[in-house]
Design a protein around this ligand. Sequence first.
Ligand code: GLC
Length: 421
Amino acid sequence: MENNQSAESLERSRRLEWFRKARFGMFIHWGLYSIIGRHEWVREHERWTTSDYAKIADLWHPEMGAPRKWAKLAAESGCKYMVMTTKHHEGFCLWDSALTDFCATKKGPGRDLVAEYVEACREYGLKVGLYYSLLDWNHPDGIRSKWDGDARKRFIEYTHGLIRELLTNYGKIDILWYDVPYPLTAEEWESEKMNRMVLKLQPDIIYNNRNQTPGDFGTPEQHIVAEDRMWEACMTTQILSWGHMPLDGWRTPREAVDMLRQVAAGCGNLLLNIGPKPDGSIPAEARNIFEQVGAWLKKYGDSIFNVTDPVRFRNNLVGMYTMRDNILYFHVYRWPGSEIIASQIQNKVKSVRFMNGGEIKFRQTPDQIFMYGLPETAPDPLTTVIEIEVEGKPEYRPGFHDLGGFNKLGKDLRPPDTLFL
Ligand code: GLC
């Protein structure tokens, strides 16, 4: 048993190898909900009937070549992979399915959008991820399957069949991104069997934890918390919607840069979403975020992609760290002016310099690293990275927090090894 387990975890770690280094991917939410433009849950939120919702499928005429534009932007922004919704909860299949007429080839688009997407990823050297929602509001057995045994049998066959199509008809697929297993349990979905089929069809693939099994990696959503195994945080560029939603607001490029710093600090990945417009074009705000992040990564990419360890340091509002061997990359996102105090470092500091730039004058006291003679305004408005080289492996310098002060006040009951990102 033990041997089997370790063989399985070795095998998992082989499949995960590229993903551990990938760090940054682009998520795409595109479907009929993009046309309505009021969140990808609109069918449920506004209680659309199946027949009314289905009419939208005939109105969808995306432009040719949209996925190439996403893939180009992704590659130029430093992404290593993409994940696209092949079927969201609405049930519309973006590929040519033999199992349903509610699919892109037989409705408005009149072409296989998954094929176009897969081809575009390959053209730009990106790993290919397919998102698949188990939840299905359109299939007549989708919800009924919870209490009707015959319906469940049909629906499970349909579900496994669709996944089989996706993993059979498009060559090598790198990620299967399950979503929302409502309303069934792992046993009812036959999730273990599903995973076995997936690995049989695609021996190198990785799959996430959203079919009620642990999967190959964790998927914190809209928050960034490290896990003690491989993990990927998925985040929106709009405030709350994954699908294109003109009514919603936008996050900023600086926030996106900080998301990357946070995932790198915890050795995880960031899957950052775009909801393309119905014609497939990328909203200007989303494009701007990716372009600015890409330009920033060209300068500071080493501090994000080449980290070696998670950083167990606590909050510092001026900036936080990522770590590569004996180097701490200090990401200063609130530039305080000509002097900066870097706290929390126990080790003797050998040198301090701007990443890709000049030396910085500093003085180390028993408690602090005091940097001075700096510009008054941030050299990089998105986040300036300062490289601090120390003797040995960087160690955290405990403060009041860690001595139990906050525990006594009843304010901080987090375990001491919590990863603060
Ligand atoms: C969710 C939502 C969904 C979105 C997904 C992305 O669980 O239901 O709309 O696609 O998360 O992670």
